[in-house]
Design a binder for this molecule. Structure first.
Ligand code: SF4
Length: 581
């Protein structure tokens, strides 16, 4: 069955921010950590937090020490005061957009306006908002409730706001109705932008597919609203929390289904559901097309395209620096990248489980095959490098050891604070840099060992070209893997800088790298192949922009573009050399 995933599915900004705060506090390990009420309405995330030692507390009377996190929904001023008067350290993860609504209520309430809040009176966000009205607020949940409002107040000075995740159309109706009764009422559209986009997308997605699946907690209000909106379009709609609840009978005559998820649904749950859905329902695909797709998906999981990409990139780097290339060095790069990626995945399984459960399962199912092929790969690489010379053998061996040590704890746990940085990969931002340097070394420096008179400026530009292509690619994948890395406490570049800043940095570096290649080609440090290889930076610029703007999201098409850019580098170099440079 064809599965179309909504671009807006998954954590909203506020929940993502709260998760980042809580995981970074949990990974610090400085004593007890609590959340004031469940962080979000998603049982799987709550189970995960519990496994990380984060306890949910609603009654703080018996707590005498520790840190307590205020969730994205926010709390009332009275509750805040109560926590302040305890010995607990407050860590505030209130979503800034919720805080803005709280500020509106406080401001107008102080001016004598009666706050009217459209929302679910039992929802923590609404309870917190009501607290800012100091008992003057009125909660309404439907247009019918305006009757009650009319009977309870004849005040003209009303300020109207909405819970940030409410139904957009229902709030519009309410705004119009209130305006007709109270023309002087001050009305704020406080429904969050993310809610708008999700609700609009669920309607348009439902019009393109045969059925809809909504993923998220059964007690998550915004997930239930997405379900309701989808059903209102007339499309068969199913609400599930996990992939285990999906039933074949739901999709017996379905060729395509749309998937979206509530603001508190983690990526790994969405991925598990979409992967399962792909195996269900009817398919219109030609058997050959289906087979090719399966082969492609298998290859992506084994990191073979990445390894072949390293082959092509090394080939391009060699032609760029010395005008010709053999096939042994690109093959060494292929072996190295394949083995290191596979073995590092096994040494660091936990993050994969959260980043992509499908890949984690694949690695469990094919463990023996993958480990044996990796060990054969290392052995072959060592023999091949030895055939080139002892220096090349030693460099290949050193890079292999470094590649493995990278994921293994090298600082004993008893070194207190330093235990956070027990592995090389724990150093903030080290993963992207280490990968780039390893690719550059194996592709550009190892091949020049034994050259009689290497032209160093050209070699350095080649090193720089390979490393920069790898850095940008690896930086993007770190962004895609943020949720899992955050959970296991890995400090990648996006976790240190945040997603938006990392994307901006990658785009900027991409431009700088392209300019350096252009200038070094213009002053003839490298051959005019450099001009043609600028195309690869343009493609990197395209996929980074496409991801930043939300035109593409994590999935096989994005992976295909990123990896084929490496193939393209080799192809350009091959054509350039075939036509005589
Ligand atoms: S839905 Fe909007 S307002 Fe509510 S937590 Fe998410 S980002 Fe913040």
């Amino acid at each position: 069955m064809k599965v179309k995933l909504a671009k807006t599915a998954g954590f909203c900004m506020g929940v993502r921010r709260a998760m980042e705060i809580i995981m970074s506090e949990a990974n610090k390990g400085n004593g007890k950590l609590f959340t004031y009420g469940p962080l979000i309405h998603n049982q799987q995330v709550l189970d995960l937090l519990e496994s990380k030692g984060v306890d949910v507390k609603e009654d703080i009377d018996k707590l005498d020490k520790g840190r307590i996190i205020i969730r994205a929904h926010g709390i009332s001023p009275d509750e805040r005061e109560m926590i302040r008067s305890s010995n607990l350290k407050i860590i505030d993860a209130t979503c800034p957009r919720v805080a803005k609504v709280q500020a509106i209520i406080r401001k107008y309430n102080n001016k004598g306006y009666t706050p009217i809040i459209f929302g679910d009176p039992r929802h923590p966000e609404v309870i917190g908002l009501m607290g800012y009205s100091k008992g003057n607020g009125i909660v309404i949940n439907s247009v019918e409730d305006i009757e009650i409002l009319l009977s309870r107040t004849d005040k003209k000075r009303l300020v109207v706001v909405s819970q940030t995740t409410q139904d957009v159309d229902a709030y519009r109706k309410i705004m119009n109705e209130i305006k007709s009764h109270y023309p002087e009422a001050i009305i704020f559209d406080t429904i969050c932008d993310e809610t708008y986009k999700r609700q609009r997308e669920v309607k348009s997605l439902a019009s393109e597919v045969d059925s809809m699946v909504i993923v998220g907690g059964y007690n998550s209000g915004n997930t239930k609203r997405l379900y309701k909106i989808s059903r209102s379009t007339g499309k068969p709609t199913f609400h599930v929390e996990t992939e285990k609840e999906l039933q074949n009978s739901w999709f017996s005559s379905t060729e395509s289904t749309g998937v979206t998820a509530g603001a508190s649904t983690p990526n790994w749950m969405i991925k598990s559901v979409t992967e399962r859905l792909k195996t269900m329902g009817k398919t219109r695909q030609h058997p050959l097309g289906d087979l090719l797709k399966k082969i492609f998906q298998f290859l992506i999981k084994t990191t073979i395209p990445e390894a072949i990409g390293a082959f092509f990139l090394t080939y391009a780097g060699l032609i760029l620096s010395r005008g010709n290339a053999d096939f042994i060095h690109p093959f060494l790069a292929l072996l190295y990248v394949y083995c290191m990626h596979i073995l590092n995945r096994f040494l660091d399984k936990e993050a994969s489980t959260y980043n992509d459960p499908g890949i984690a399962l694949f690695y469990t199912q094919h463990k023996t095959f993958l480990i044996i092929t990796s060990l054969i790969g290392i052995g072959t690489g060592l023999i091949l490098s030895l055939s080139l010379g002892i220096a090349q053998f030693l460099l290949f061996l050193a890079l292999t050891i470094l590649g493995l040590v990278y994921s293994i704890p090298i600082i004993p746990w008893r070194f207190g604070y330093l235990r956070r940085y027990a592995k090389i990969k724990d150093l903030p931002g080290s993963k992207t840099m280490a990968e780039a340097l390893a690719w550059g070394t194996i592709s550009s420096l190892l091949p020049i060992i034994g050259w009689p008179e290497p032209f160093w400026p050209g070699v350095l530009i080649s090193f720089f070209f390979v490393s920069s292509m790898c850095y940008v690619r690896s930086g993007l994948f770190d962004i895609l893997n943020m949720q899992g890395d955050l959970i296991v406490g890995r400090e990648t570049l996006p976790i240190a800088l945040g997603e938006r800043r990392t994307l901006k940095l990658l785009l900027l570096l991409n431009i700088i790298f392209a300019t350096i290649l252009l200038l070094s080609t213009a002053i003839r440090v490298v051959s005019n192949l450099g001009y043609f290889l600028i195309i690869c930076f343009l493609i990197s610029f395209f996929y980074l922009t496409a991801y930043k703007k939300g035109w593409m999201r994590d999935g096989y098409p994005l992976h295909a573009i990123v990896e084929s850019n490496l193939f393209l580098a080799g192809l350009i170099a091959f054509i350039w050399s075939a036509v005589g440079g």
